[in-house]
Design a protein around this ligand. Sequence first.
Ligand code: BG6
Length: 474
Amino acid sequence: MTSRVIPVSSFVLVVFGATGDLARRKLLPAVFQRAVAGQLPDEANIIGVARTQMAEGEFQILARQALEEHVPPSERDAASVERFLTRLRYVAVEALGEDGWHELALALEPFQDRVTVFYLATGPALFSPICERLGRFGLAGANARVVVEKPVGRDLASAQAANAAIGRVFPEERTYRIDHYLGKETVQNLMALRFANGLFEPLWNAAHIDHVQISVAESLGVEGRAGYYDTAGALRDMVQNHLLQLLCLVAMEPPARLDAGAMRDEKVKVLCSLEPITAANAAHNVVRGQYRAGASVSGPVPGYLEELELDESTTETFVAIKAGIKNWRWAGVPFYLRTGKRLSTRVSEIVITFRPVAHSVFASSAGPVAANQLVIRLQPDEGVQLWLMIKDPGPGGMRLRQVPLDMSFATAFGLRNPDAYERLVLDVVRGSQTLFMRRDEVEAAWRWIDPILEAWSHPAAELPLPYAAGTWGP
Ligand code: BG6
């Protein structure tokens, strides 16, 4: 089976933070993959922007290394890599100063009639100064769009300030707040599962669902992002955005259409219906942890403090929250959100556990009647499983057994699963905002997160609980 490739119009992608982790690990490989797939017009190009002065050709060397490290050999041949490198240019720009902006404007001059995407793969503190300068140097015209990475801000006040600063230069319809979880294939599939099947909707409520678990477990540690991570922690890095977005997609009402306005309206309603976590109930509903030395699949690994060479830090690398949604559909159904670094394995999934049968007609010798579960596996081994009870086949009387109706997307369709960034970067070029977060959404998420941060900052708050790397957390 082959995938369908819909070419996009010509564009120029300007990546701020072009020498950083995100650009090397995700953005350059994503655009490369779309080029190889034949989706990019020949003239589409990329301008890398960062502080470092580079000699002619140096950015190409960095990009080549990035592709070698982050694109599997079977998906890149020498000729495609060489062709891709000819699309790249580099301009050194001082985001907080005046140097380089004029040169950037000159580099963009020939492309004024094209869609220009400014991708800010930088820390949130730079969003405002970069946007201000893009405006001042005349680079934010009608064809220009800005993409900002999560987390936008580090609490509600800073997110509002960042959104206001971006909004002074770019109107909302040209602002793309990225949450790459929304571009994952299986997350898209959640929409298909819920809204293209009549089967689930009558059951999708508190009368039939017992609880929902949303877990994003990572086996890796902080991976060279110490400076950022220690000021963020799992709550800001993962829960405020990825986990709450997944919760919204599970819990939202069916939108009238799958367009940006209708989808985001429904997600905001969920965020505004979350039961507040307060200083008084945080200890009961939230657990935070920090990893100590332990073992990963590849051998012994140091603890968080040793890995970051810190004497002390209360930054959480694990968080679990019992959340609730105060509306008719979900009242009383716990949503367990859980994420952590250096856990035993990498797995992200959403598990919907239905209510048990009202009464068991079976003798105790048949074994327990387990509740049905719908498991939506985001990674690895993307797919959906519906766990049902059946009679154990063969003689031996009535014995019950739980089996999955199993749909593994990779095996079923035999396709390469495109990385979320491939879809999302091209959505910006297409002008499709459905998979991006609107300003009020980001702020509503912070409004729920802020009291948890406040509760943790209280001197009497319990410190993060230690857990050994390679385990399932505290
Ligand atoms: C990023 C976080 O947004 O998501 C990282 O900043 C995290 O800390 C990553 O590792 C996880 O993404 P994925 O796609 O590998 O699950």
